[in-house]
Design a protein around this ligand. Structure first.
Ligand code: SF4
Length: 535
């Protein structure tokens, strides 16, 4: 056990090891600081789904569905970790259903907590309210992970107490378990320096600074890239400030030696890797990355990125890569296409913008030869007016051409649509419906959501321009809230958009089919295993 302990708290989808901790590990080890990494998310799922725990929880007379799920527990876990999962969507879906059913055993009688393989919710407490977070820290509130934390996780460190402990908190689902774990760590290791960082902590930067709020029990909160602040803390050179932010050193080469790749819930091992931090576009008005970037934009050298993929592939015997960029930069795409011969046998997927270069069919073919199997694309709307108003910087005509090129090249398009953006009308939504029906053949997977307005969206600078009459934080008591509730002047509000989604969009057979093709729970993380047989 090293002096430095990096922990990924639950809950995130346990499909791949945490990239953020792999990058921090590489940065710390390069400076001569050995690190212990614990993926407490994966370990928690394995603990909660262990036969021993579940048999005890289910008691002598389990319900029929629990009994059946228990009988299929091991086979379901095995299937999710086997390439055979990709051969039968029905068997895969059943395995996911059995495991989700078993996780309900951990949800206590008050039904406030809900855990699945994909998320965790606690309806009784708000992750945006510092008072609620404090209750998990001091132990007056608890999550269903308490037993795992106390029986399995904490005893691992008892013999050799760490001096510096960092928790990587990137998603809302992690917040309550992470604060509970932080409280337990603080009580067990009172002398350790306890730090939190990651995407969620960084997205709280503005309210925390404005209100000069602290989040006990952490000694420091890190905003943005963690490499430089953690190296400073490790060398005990960090400033005494509570908030630490230093983007001076950004790493792209991860160290995954800690990862037990065969244990993740993935039909084949997948490594996450990123060619950029932040977003090079930063103009979409609905996007938190545009108004309060988690990271300043920085990209890896395009000529070196293909080599990083092939090196990691050889080192870890992995052929699948998840590019976690907000949007893979065009130069990186060019670099990958240029080195396609070196990338034979690899597969990768990730988000791109509908960039003009993708209108070039030959280039898209080269991307396919370079291992690109899925591109995730945020179209949002089939109405040019809406796209212009949102600052998307793309055209409907270009999107149509690009979808055609991807289809031709055998790259699956995973398209994201967002209804209910301020200023959208029913006529705009009809255009989206028309576009999706006309282009359905070229769309492999479809995700449709209703917009949440980020608390500092650029639209709030001139709400009237977007037809908004009123906007306020969704919950007054929640200083850390990330979204605003808003009213619009006309009839087309979020509820109307939701009705349109369910009646009109999902009423269309071709649209519904593409929405339902997404693997349950694991969606885009597992889509690459279900590409065979797509029409
Ligand atoms: S939606 Fe994507 S492309 Fe647009 S600003 Fe956000 S991250 Fe960038």
């Amino acid at each position: 056990m090293s002096d430095i302990l990096l922990i990924q708290p639950p809950v995130v989808k346990a499909t791949e090891p945490p990239l953020s901790l792999a990058v921090l590990t590489a940065a710390l080890q390069k400076q001569g600081h050995p690190v212990t990494v614990v993926d407490a998310n994966l370990d928690a799922f394995l603990y909660l789904l262990s036969a021993e725990q579940l048999t005890e929880l289910s008691g002598p007379n389990p319900t029929t569905s629990i009994h059946r799920a228990l009988r299929h527990r091991q086979a379901s876990l095995d299937l999710l970790r086997s390439p055979a999962a990709g051969t039968s969507f029905a068997r895969y879906s059943t395995a996911v259903r059995h495991l989700n059913r078993l996780l309900t055993l951990w949800c206590r009688d008050d039904k406030a907590e809900r855990l699945t393989l994909g998320n965790y919710r606690n309806q009784q407490y708000s992750v945006f309210a510092p008072d609620d977070l404090e209750k998990f820290v001091n132990g007056t509130a608890r999550t269903l992970f308490r037993r795992y934390f106390q029986e399995q996780l904490l005893p691992q460190f008892a013999q050799s107490p760490p001096k510096l402990i960092a928790l990587s908190i990137n998603y809302l689902h992690q917040a309550l378990p992470a604060f509970e774990l932080a409280g337990l760590l603080r009580r067990q290791f009172p002398a350790a320096t306890l730090v939190a960082g990651g995407g969620l902590i960084t997205s709280w930067q503005r309210p925390l600074r404005q209100l000069n709020l602290r989040l006990p029990p952490f000694d420091h909160l890190v905003f943005g890239p963690g490499e430089a602040p953690l190296v400073s803390l490790a060398t005990e050179q960090a400033a005494s400030e509570y908030f630490l932010a230093d983007a001076g050193s950004i790493g792209f080469c991860p160290d995954f030696d800690f990862a037990r790749l065969g244990e993740y819930f993935s039909p084949e091992p997948v490594l996450p890797v990123s060619s950029s931090r932040g977003c090079y576009w930063q103009n979409c008005l609905f996007c938190p990355e545009a108004v309060a970037p988690v990271h300043p934009y920085q990209a890896f050298a395009p000529e070196d990125f293909p080599l990083l993929l092939s090196t990691l592939s050889k080192q870890h015997k992995v052929r699948n890569f998840h590019l976690t960029d907000n949007a893979i930069p065009v130069n990186i795409l060019r670099g990958l296409a240029a080195r396609r011969d070196d990338l034979q046998g690899l597969r990768w997927f990730g988000f791109v913008r509908f960039e003009p270069i993708l209108e070039n069919g030959d280039f898209v073919q080269q991307l396919s030869q370079a291992g690109c199997c899925i591109l995730q694309l945020g179209l949002e709307s089939g109405s040019q007016q809406v796209l212009d108003r949102l600052g998307k910087g793309i055209t409907v005509a270009s999107a149509k051409k690009i979808l055609g090129n991807l289809h031709e090249a055998g790259i699956a398009a995973y398209v994201y649509i967002m209804l209910g953006t301020p200023g959208e009308t029913e006529a705009d939504a009809e255009m989206t419906l028309d576009f999706l029906e006309a282009e359905a053949e070229k769309i492999a997977f479809l995700n449709i959501s209703i917009m949440n307005l980020p608390r500092s969206s650029g639209m709030l600078d001139d709400p009237a321009q977007y037809g908004m009459t009123e906007a306020q934080l969704q919950d007054e008591r929640s200083e850390l809230g990330l979204y605003q509730r808003y009213q619009v002047s006309g009839d087309w509000d979020r509820s109307a958009a939701r009705r349109f989604l369910h009646k009109r969009l999902l009423g269309s057979a071709v649209i519904r089919e593409r929405v339902n093709r997404k693997p349950p729970m694991f969606t885009s993380n597992h889509s690459l295993f279900f590409l065979n047989g797509l029409k």
